[in-house]
Design a protein around this ligand. Structure first.
Ligand code: ACO
Length: 328
């Protein structure tokens, strides 16, 4: 029995934050943001719209498209760095309640932008071990809740949203999740960090005054390591599976920076038409970015059953990963 990627769904909040909006908030320009990142717009959740609410909308679509009953789901895994609640309950438990699914395995995974590929790997392993039959995996982020809108180096990059998928079973290898690779290097933890609010620096007036609750990123150093690591990871997963880039129908990278995507794409010699790009309209939505991009391509009619997708991702930790997945 193999694990199979059965369906995709996504949710994008209505409110938008354009480059010209940001020009009014921080010292930046549309020209700088477009040239350095490829981003023109992002979507921002309402104050009363939480990560679990976005996850719920994406999940409903994925469940319906998979053609299963919600009670067939025996596991819910949410990848997020912006859970509804600090510590507990997990956003996966909140989501399970909002979906009306009870007595089910439910937990969150924190792997920053690599979260979706991490939970894809966990779901694949659980299904192939025979422990589970249908797992709902969700990447969902309300990054606007941890972004410092006084810090021009980060606030122009991130947006909110959610993407969900059903991972089920198949006996047909050509409809399976072929391979997933995930990894990390904690020595780089300080380059992308929310320093305040955890047990190392609990919430206090001083902590809040120093704005340590917000995401801090050493962008330039992160950029260089991301390009090198992603290129190597993608080359390795293709080689391990004895495939070349021509075998891949859709390259669906984490949407962090258009220049990172272009650098990896050109190293692999991937044609532009095979590369799914949503960074211009959504920005970087961390764990939600790959499923949101996949959903976008799916809704445009570009992704067909049996086609081979290649995911790649890199994020805080540092964490990274890649996956070869037949759209089941
Ligand atoms: N508008 C105008 N100028 C700016 C802005 C802005 N919004 N932000 C920074 N600058 C300035 C800097 O102050 C600096 O000015 P200086 O030369 O006078 O000091 C100059 O622009 C260059 O800054 P860099 O940080 O070197 O710019 P860079 O070209 O590296 O682009 C960026 C920054 C877009 C953040 C890029 O480094 C990047 O994308 N990094 C990787 C991000 C990533 O992949 N993160 C991992 C995933 S995220 C996650 O896991 C949550």
């Amino acid at each position: 029995m193999y694990a199979s990627f059965k369906s995709i769904g996504a949710y994008v909040p209505k409110k938008t934050l354009t480059n010209s909006d940001l020009e009014k908030i921080v010292d930046t320009t549309d020209e700088w943001i477009t040239k350095r990142t490829g981003i023109k717009n992002r979507h921002i959740a309402d104050d009363n719209e939480f990560t679990s609410d976005m996850a719920l909308e994406a999940s409903k679509i994925a469940i319906e498209r998979a053609g299963i009953n919600k009670n067939d789901i025996d596991g819910i895994i949410v990848a997020t760095i912006t859970p509804d609640n600090f510590c507990m309950p997990s956003t996966a438990c909140v989501l399970a309640d909002k979906l009306g699914i009870y007595n089910v395995m439910a937990f969150d995974v924190s792997a920053a932008c690599s979260g979706f590929v991490y939970i894809l790997n966990i779901a694949k392993s659980l299904i192939e071990s025979g422990a589970n039959k249908n797992i709902l995996i969700v990447g969902a982020e309300k990054l606007s809740s941890i972004i410092d809108y006084e810090d021009r180096s980060t606030c122009v990059i991130f947006g909110d949203g959610a993407g969900a998928a059903i991972i089920g079973t198949t006996e047909d290898k050509s409809k399976s999740i072929l391979d997933v690779h995930i990894s990390s290097d904690g020595r780089y933890g300080d380059l992308l960090i929310t320093p305040g609010g955890g047990s190392a620096r609990p919430c206090s007036v001083d902590m809040l005054k120093s704005r340590a609750q917000y995401l801090k990123m050493s962008g330039n150093e992160t950029f260089k390591i991301a390009v090198k690591t992603l290129s190597e990871d993608v080359i390795n997963i293709l080689a391990k599976n004895k495939l070349n880039a021509n075998a891949v129908d859709h390259f669906i990278p984490h949407q962090a920076n258009l220049r990172i995507i272009e650098a990896v794409r050109s190293k692999l010699n991937f044609p532009k038409e095979k590369t799914v790009l949503t960074i211009e309209k959504y920005g970087n939505t961390s764990a939600a970015s790959i499923p949101m991009a996949l959903n976008d391509a799916y809704e445009k009619g570009n992704i067909k059953k049996g086609e081979l997708m290649l995911f790649d991702t890199f994020g805080g930790g540092f964490t990274w990963g890649s996956a070869l997945v037949y759209f089941g």
